[in-house]
Design a binder for this molecule. Structure first.
Ligand SMILES: [Ca+2]
Ligand SMILES: [Ca+2]
Ligand SMILES: [Ca+2]
Ligand SMILES: [Ca+2]
Length: 401
């Protein structure tokens, strides 16, 4: 054998006197490029791809073929990667997805799943507090929602309070709160059962003492009204008599005298004394002692007027009588001569010369009572007995005010 007879990849060894393999991996500086590993072969060499360190990896077994496992020989003599995912030659289980790699493939889980015991299992994101408020786990994903009164933020995880007041849900005032809102009503109103509308308070139903006469409910308030002949006082609740005689709101003629009383007024005609009485002043008639027709008649009749409130508490002293002329040795008797058929009054003598008219029973108006109050003068010294009358007209009002 001469050195010239050795084929390519072999060299003649003088000591062994035969052709032996050349280790190209040592002799050729660029036998393999990049990450390729150089593997010497009898009569040649092979570049080898280093093992993929990513798990799960599958052992690469050297084959006697030209390409290592995971590669297939191409027509041009190089090795092409086998797409195990495409060719369905992988061993990923059905829950997994196959990802092709150079010389191999990996099995992994899609988003929302993780690998437990070789199986892809849904991640229960709710267990890990992915949502701020409400969470619903679904296979491969999750969805967040919010409690009533909250709205999901654009991050799809956190919630923010809804400002319900922006939609003006309240009839009156609205206060936004965290997770809700509150309505408030103006004075004189109360919140209805629906929590948003305001309904008028019926103040009149609270107490019957709110107004002296009558209470009228109004939206948000109330007002007191008084009967005819009265006006509502500054306090808004009590009734004050209109003095028609002062205000001129009367129809009395110039000849008449206007007499005001609680809740009304009257026009008093000029005094007319009937014979044998003669007029001695604008409110007094007299029967002269010299006139025989005046025998056994009261000497004078004095006309007086007063007003009285209906239902006035009893007993009440309402009128005073007093002798104006006093004779030595005389004494006086006071009595109600007429007009007291209902026995509502009596006379109480308060001194030798005076007495008081007492209201003894409640009296109800409207009513006009005319009482003849008599004062009898007795003088036994001169054997004189005479009387005078006060004709008292009492206007009893309809109302107790
Ligand atoms: Ca999930
Ligand atoms: Ca709110
Ligand atoms: Ca009201
Ligand atoms: Ca009046």
């Amino acid at each position: 054998i001469s050195p010239q007879t050795c084929t390519e990849g072999f060299a003649y060894d003088r000591r062994a006197r035969q052709c032996i393999d050349v280790d190209e991996c040592r002799t050729l500086p660029d036998a393999c490029r990049g990450d390729m590993r150089c593997v010497n072969q009898n009569g040649g060499y092979l570049p080898e791809i280093p093992a993929d360190p990513e798990p799960p990896s599958y052992p690469r077994v050297r084959t006697t073929a030209q390409c290592i496992l995971g590669y297939t020989p191409a027509e041009d003599g190089t090795c092409n990667d086998i797409d195990e995912c495409e060719t369905n030659s992988h061993h990923c289980n059905p829950t997994q997805v196959c990802i092709n790699t150079a010389g191999g493939y990996t099995c992994s889980c899609t988003e929302g799943y993780w690998l437990i015991g070789g199986q892809c299992q849904d991640i229960d994101e709710c267990r890990y507090g992915y949502c701020q408020q409400l969470c619903a786990n679904v296979p491969g994903s999750y969805s967040c929602s919010c409690n009533p009164g909250f709205i999901l933020n654009t991050d799809s995880r956190t919630c923010q309070d809804v400002d319900e007041c922006a939609d003006e849900p309240c009839t009156h005032a609205c206060f936004n709160t965290y997770g809700s809102f509150m309505c408030n009503c103006d004075e004189g109103f109360e919140l209805a059962a629906d929590g948003t509308s305001c309904i008028d308070l019926d103040e009149c139903s609270f107490s019957e003492f709110l107004c002296q006469h009558r209470c009228v409910n109004t939206p948000g308030s109330f007002s007191c009204v008084c009967p005819l002949g009265y006006y509502v006082f500054e306090d808004g609740r009590s009734c004050e008599d209109i003095n028609e005689c002062d205000t001129g709101n009367n129809t009395c003629t110039t000849a008449q005298v206007c007499f005001n009383f609680q809740g009304g007024h009257t026009c008093l005609d000029p005094l007319q004394c009937h014979s044998p009485y003669i007029e001695v002043s604008d409110n007094q008639c007299m029967c002269s002692a010299e006139n025989p027709a005046c025998r056994d008649k009261p000497f004078t009749i004095l006309y007086r007027h007063m007003d009285l409130s209906s239902g006035r508490s009893v007993p009440a002293d309402i009128f005073q009588m007093q002798a104006t002329t006093r004779y030595p040795g005389a004494f006086y008797i006071f009595q109600i001569k007429s007009g007291n058929e209902g026995r509502e009054f009596y006379m109480r003598q308060t001194s030798n010369v005076s007495a008081t008219l007492v209201l003894s029973r409640p009296i109800k108006g409207p009513r006009e009572v005319v009482l003849d109050l008599e004062m009898v003068t007795v003088n036994n010294v001169i054997n004189f007995r005479g009387s005078s009358i006060i004709r008292l007209t009492i206007f009893v009002s309809e109302h107790p005010f």
